[in-house]
Design a binder for this molecule. Structure first.
Ligand SMILES: [Zn+2]
Length: 288
């Protein structure tokens, strides 16, 4: 149903717009305020999304990298030209970023515990007793992050909070996802987590960094979540007929936030159980 609507909207675009000169993201592409990797990063173009060039397109070469200026998320930014593939498109530029949900064997890059600087668990943690049937979605409920270094710091702060304040043996989640488009290994696929009280031995817990009660995670983070789950299914770490639920579907909490839940409600494996503690959906989201 959703795809039909998207196709229909694309047809309308094509009849209105002229040929578009598009720059399509090869992988999740960082967007900086100025040319150069040390400049402030303000967004990420998700893999497969194409951005239309206009006359203001310009190039800057620094060291051996050519930077392309483009408008993204309402702001002018710079991206590494090697991360873009130019395409001429009859009409608006295509957005294939959602199609990662359909790419079966693609696993996202997972930033290992060593890479983000994890502390070792305080005790030996048991393995999940069986391939999990559930995927529980969480949010971190604090501030957001858009770069690997900022998101690594957030993951470390979650681990410190869970171990030092909550007294858990390790960070509670199975994985953490940032709006930098990266997946961060927490307890990983095989260990029992501490994320969804009463349900930890039957599911994995994925937490997106940020507070998503009134804003949704960006497309880079949503893509990373769907890619991670597809990867889990294809590597036998999650049941193929898995059920996705928000934390509040089974525990009295606001997590993972109403705006995020409205998105999850449009995803095929999401199921709201009877007795859910989550707020009612904004059903109009399904029509977008
Ligand atoms: Zn939660």
């Amino acid at each position: 149903m959703i795809w039909h609507i998207i196709v229909f909207i694309n047809i309308i675009h094509r009849t209105i717009a002229e040929d578009g000169h598009c720059a399509c993201a090869i992988g999740n592409v960082a967007v900086y305020r100025e040319a150069g990797r040390l400049e402030t990063q303000f967004s990420v173009i998700p893999s497969g999304q194409c951005v239309q060039h206009r006359d203001e397109l310009r190039f800057v070469t620094l060291s051996n990298t050519t930077w392309t200026s483009l408008e993204y998320a309402g702001q002018i930014g710079f991206v590494d030209s090697n991360m873009l593939s130019p395409e001429v498109w009859n009409g608006g530029c295509p957005d294939r970023s959602q199609s990662v949900r359909d790419v079966p064997n693609q696993c996202p890059r997972i930033i290992t515990r060593q890479e983000w600087g994890a502390r070792p668990p305080s005790h030996l943690i048991s393995n999940l007793p069986a391939t999990p049937q559930y995927v529980f979605i969480h949010h971190g409920a604090g501030s957001r992050c858009f770069t690997e270094s900022a998101c690594s710091d957030k993951v470390k702060s979650y681990q410190d909070f869970h171990m030092d304040t909550r007294g858990w043996w390790d960070i509670g989640y199975s994985f953490v996802v940032g709006e930098d488009g990266n997946v961060y290994e927490a307890r990983g696929w095989d260990k029992i987590g501490a994320h969804t009280y009463g349900h930890n031995s039957v599911g994995i817990g994925i937490s997106v960094i940020g507070d998503f009660r009134t804003v949704t995670p960006n497309q880079a983070a949503l893509n990373a979540v769907t890619q991670l789950i597809a990867c889990g299914v294809n590597t036998g770490k999650i049941q193929t007929n898995y059920t996705m639920q928000g934390h509040c579907d089974v525990v009295r909490t606001e997590c993972p936030g109403k705006s995020f839940l409205d998105i999850l409600n449009t995803w095929p494996h999401y199921h709201r159980p009877n007795g859910s503690y989550c707020p009612p959906f904004d059903e109009s989201i399904q029509m977008k």
